[in-house]
Ligand binder design. Structure first.
Ligand SMILES: Nc1nc2c(ncn2[C@@H]2O[C@H](COP(=O)(O)OP(=O)(O)OP(=O)(O)O)[C@@H](O)[C@H]2O)c(=O)[nH]1
Ligand SMILES: [Mg+2]
Length: 281
């Protein structure tokens, strides 16, 4: 039986506390999710955080999923009367629409202020989400220059930081936050596969085995890359054992697990979404 993934280090607890304090100051919450796992990367507290504020949903890493799946998700959001912005914060795609949405939200804030006899001010928007989903990259892209640290590992942003995007918009970059208890272990595994949780939170072999199970079901071309046909095994863990038995890996399961996770995260196994829109809702 798989050991559970639980991960709530001090810096995440501190980040959440600071986020809650700062939420009082903001008008707009920009929620960033990972397009590969659009359900599992929804933070369970998001509804609470957006209460009384404008909510902009960003599906980032759109380059990591195929166009047909992207289209299915777009249709799903439309069918559910939900506006979603699809972005690739690395290449800077989808930024114009997102910026416009933030501006519109800002105009609404200032209309309300004016009607109460208050002076207009820049809209304040906070960017929130799980670690490593691309929050800081998005801010850099919106500003068209590198103002906040953004790197390929979870836990890069450690401090909350306000960035003035224009005369109309101020953005707050926040560290990725994880719920104190990961009740949904299926979601936790997918977050781990996508590197949207701290590295120390899990065992690579366990997570890679789950990844292979999912990837086999999604038709990823594993045999071309690892010289073992997944049809010859019955589980992800068995697959990892078979690959590790190849001469070049010398039985090193952890090495194989890290390679498979690395390849998936880098898109070397293809543009593959791990979650499709729910069909019956
Ligand atoms: N392929 C791809 N890579 C992206 C995208 N957005 C961000 N990245 C990359 O993902 C990595 C993580 O991005 P960050 O901006 O640091 O993520 P974050 O959400 O701020 O992470 P924390 O601060 O750790 O919570 C960086 O290497 C980015 O270049 C995207 O849309 N597509
Ligand atoms: Mg960051």
């Amino acid at each position: 039986m798989a050991s559970p993934i639980q991960w709530y280090p001090g810096h995440i607890a501190k980040a959440e506390k600071q986020l809650l304090e700062n939420l009082k100051l903001v008008d707009v919450v920009i929620e960033v999710r990972d397009s590969r796992i659009l359900m599992s990367s929804k933070h369970p507290k998001i509804e609470k955080w957006v209460e009384g504020k404008s909510h902009i949903l960003v599906c980032n890493r759109i380059d990591a999923i195929s166009t047909p799946v992207k289209t299915q998700w777009m249709r799903w959001f439309t069918d559910h009367d939900r506006m979603a912005y699809f972005t690739d914060a690395q290449a800077g795609k989808g930024m114009i629409d997102l910026l416009k949405a933030a501006q519109v939200a800002g105009e609404k804030v200032n209309e309300r202020r004016r009607s109460r006899g208050m002076l207009p001010r820049p809209v304040r928007a906070v960017v929130v989400g799980f670690p490593n989903v691309g929050k800081s990259a998005l801010i850099n892209r919106l500003l068209k220059k590198k103002v906040v640290a953004s790197a390929n590992k979870p836990g890069v942003t450690r401090q909350l930081r306000w960035i003035r995007i224009s005369d109309e918009i101020e953005l707050l970059d926040t560290p990725g936050v994880i719920p104190p208890l990961l009740y949904d272990q299926d979601a936790a595994l997918k977050l781990a596969i996508c590197d949207d949780i701290g590295q120390a939170a899990y065992d690579n072999v366990l997570v890679a085995a789950e990844a292979v199970d999912l990837l086999i079901g999604l038709g990823a071309k594993l045999s071309a890359r690892y010289q073992i046909d997944p049809l010859t095994v019955t589980s992800g863990i068995e697959y990892i054992h078979e690959v590790a038995a190849l001469n070049k890996f010398q039985g090193d399961l952890d090495k194989v697990a890290r390679l498979i996770l690395y390849d998936f995260r880098k898109g070397k196994l293809g543009a593959i979404a791990l979650e499709m829109p729910p069909s019956l809702t």
